[in-house]
Design a protein around this ligand. Structure first.
Ligand SMILES: C[S@@+](CC[C@H](N)C(=O)[O-])C[C@H]1O[C@@H](n2cnc3c(N)ncnc32)[C@H](O)[C@@H]1O
Length: 278
């Protein structure tokens, strides 16, 4: 079925999607956005994208529809042992410094766009290997905007693609083969608290941001500069001192924020709020 696109509808949809999710489609990617949304439009029996726009913006059941939109447009690509220099910097350099003189104070680590869970579980494995769980109470939060991604994270079952970077000895130690997938050690899995948080909502960020270590990796690549600026501003408003913010290696905050300063730790780059830097 050929769906109608009344003049300006793609811009209305693009801006609404950006406002609610942060995910931004450039002018030359607008047709891709419509392509991703069209099965949802057809499922409602609509003939026009404008009807779908009205549903998303005004319908009392729009929240359920947004779940589907997020799954249609978000990229949940992730894997174990991704960008490990940052994880080593956190576990082997910054954490010992943080824990010194804190008398066993509880530590929070927040993986703020955790997709299907490999990132916070990588942190949990690295902490287990270094013996940190026996030393201090640690809370790890894995949050994402996608309910579907979080359901997979909660299931704790992973397929081969997730292991492409993980040394096989580590996989043998912390995972058990189950059919054609691998189940993570339940005790390690239980170290992570899974929850939903949308980075564009200040109250969601405020709920988790009191963490000395925040990983927000490989999500800003899908946001516009303005939206990154807004989210980073929210981080700056709610984080505590000291706090370290990790973004993906292909991402940079330099052009969008003066609130954070880049420092190198081991072989990794980490952001700190400028006025908190030591
Ligand atoms: C490419 S994955 C990154 C996963 C992981 N951080 C990593 O680096 O491997 C991007 C994730 O960002 C999530 N995401 C997109 N917009 C978001 C938002 N507004 N708030 C929270 N998560 C979001 C997507 O659902 C997706 O799971």
């Amino acid at each position: 079925m050929e769906l109608l696109i009344p003049r300006g509808t793609e811009i209305l949809l693009r801006d609404l999607v950006q406002e609610r999710t942060g995910i931004y489609y450039d002018q030359d990617k607008l047709s891709l956005l419509l392509e991703k949304l069209s099965p949802l439009v057809i499922d409602h029996g609509f003939h026009s994208f404008l009807d779908y726009y009205y549903l998303l913006k005004y319908d009392e059941h729009a929240a359920d529809e947004w779940r589907l939109v997020i799954d249609a447009i978000s990229v949940q690509e992730t894997f174990f042992w991704r960008e490990m220099d940052q994880v080593h910097a956190l576990v082997d350099i910054l954490l010992p410094k943080w824990a010194a003189n804190r008398n066993g104070q509880s530590l929070r680590i927040w993986s703020a766009a955790c997709a299907t869970g490999e990132e916070p579980l990588t942190i949990a494995i690295a902490l287990a290997q270094a013996g940190w769980f026996e030393r201090i109470p640690i809370e790890i939060y894995g949050t994402d905007v996608s309910f579907a991604a979080l359901n997979k994270a909660r299931a704790g079952l992973f397929r081969d693609r997730a292991f492409r970077n993980l040394p096989s000895a580590v996989r043998e130690k912390y995972f058990t083969k189950e059919g054609d997938a691998w189940r993570i050690d339940p005790q390690l899995h239980a170290r992570v608290n899974w929850d939903r948080a949308n980075l564009v909502n200040r109250e969601d960020v405020a709920r988790f941001a009191e963490a000395p270590f925040i990983l927000c990796r490989n999500v800003f690549i899908y946001f516009s500069s303005d939206m990154i600026r807004r989210v980073v501003r929210t981080f700056a408003d709610y984080i505590i001192d000291p706090a370290y913010l990790f973004v993906g290696i292909s991402e940079s905050l330099m052009k969008v924020s003066n609130d954070f300063e880049l420092t190198d730790v081991g072989r990794a780059f980490v952001y700190q709020r400028r006025d908190f830097c030591d």
